[in-house]
Design a binder for this molecule. Structure first.
Ligand code: NAD
Length: 255
């Protein structure tokens, strides 16, 4: 198979917490394709992220997406170091642990706001900062999950945030299409990561999933990463505003 060549391209990857993060798999795959990488991460994950950075020769940028000053500084740094941006990866989500169990009806106002701000609005904020640097077009990719469409036990407030995120993908795709900036989502099957562990009974979900899905195995971050590379590449140049499933076929099942 001919490898995808992204030499001369630049990517800003948000959401690396540790070596299990989907964003880390994406950073490695984009680096392997020849892309220059900047990694945006929260200060609180710095200790786990810093040892990874040399592996992909990444520019290290601390950025909490709820802080406008940090967002401004992050993109100023990127502009100074890279001069332009081709790809933006949004692999960020957060909800309070108490809102990822029990009944959705018990979601607090603040819990709802936090989940939306971090997991959905942040895509809009990041896109707004990225667009001026995407002078030759670009590709923006966000990670989502099937809980946006169907009720998944305990996913609760995050399902609603992912529904909003997927709507943001479509509105941004319409806005940015004339600039040849494409915006897509990847809907991944369950993968054991730090964020996923916050969902009650996540391990049970993994076991159920691999017994039922057409491909009879769990989704791997590397599979999601390969799809991200495709969505960054010219091979996907006609695709925008879509959510692509990398879930071993789970979404086609009716029962
Ligand atoms: P992860 O915990 O490795 O990544 C989540 C990231 O979000 C972390 O790096 C965290 O630091 C970051 N984050 C949270 N709040 C932030 C803030 N205020 N500012 C900046 N960054 C912030 O877990 P993951 O599973 O790799 O999650 C990545 C994305 O993939 C999320 O959007 C998640 O919903 C999505 N996803 C995960 C799965 C799964 O089963 N793991 C399935 C489908 C979609």
């Amino acid at each position: 198979m001919k490898p995808i060549d992204l030499k001369g391209k630049t990517a800003f990857v948000f959401g690396v917490a540790d070596e299990h993060s989907i964003a880390w798999a994406i950073a490695k795959a984009l680096h392997a394709a020849g892309c220059r990488i900047a990694i945006g991460h929260q200060d609180r994950t710095a200790e786990m992220v810093k040892p990874l950075l040399p592996q992909v020769n990444a520019l290290d940028i601390v950025c909490d997406v709820t802080d406008d000053v940090q967002l401004d500084t992050a993109f100023e740094t990127l502009k100074k170091e890279f001069g332009k941006l081709d790809f933006l990866i949004h692999s960020i989500a957060f909800a309070k642990r108490e809102d990822l169990q029990g009944q959705f009806v018990d979601t607090s106002r603040r819990g709802y706001q936090i989940a939306q701000e971090v997991s959905s609005y942040s895509l809009v904020a990041l896109a707004k900062h990225a667009v001026p640097l995407m002078t030759q077009g670009g590709s923006i990719i966000a990670m989502t999950y099937y809980g946006s469409e169907k009720v998944i036990p305990n996913y609760n407030v995050m399902g609603v945030a992912k529904a909003a995120l997927e709507a943001c993908i479509r509105y941004l795709a319409a806005d940015l299409g004339p600039k040849q900036i494409r915006v897509n989502g990847i809907s991944a099957g369950p993968i054991k990561t730090m964020a996923a562990s916050a969902v009650k009974d996540f391990d049970k979900m993994l076991g159920f999933f691999r017994q039922k899905v057409p491909l009879r195995r769990n989704t791997e971050a590397a599979e999601v990463a390969d799809t991200a590379v495709f969505l960054c590449s010219e091979l996907s140049r006609g695709i925008t505003g879509q959510v692509i499933y990398v879930d071993e076929g789970y979404n086609i099942l009716g029962m």
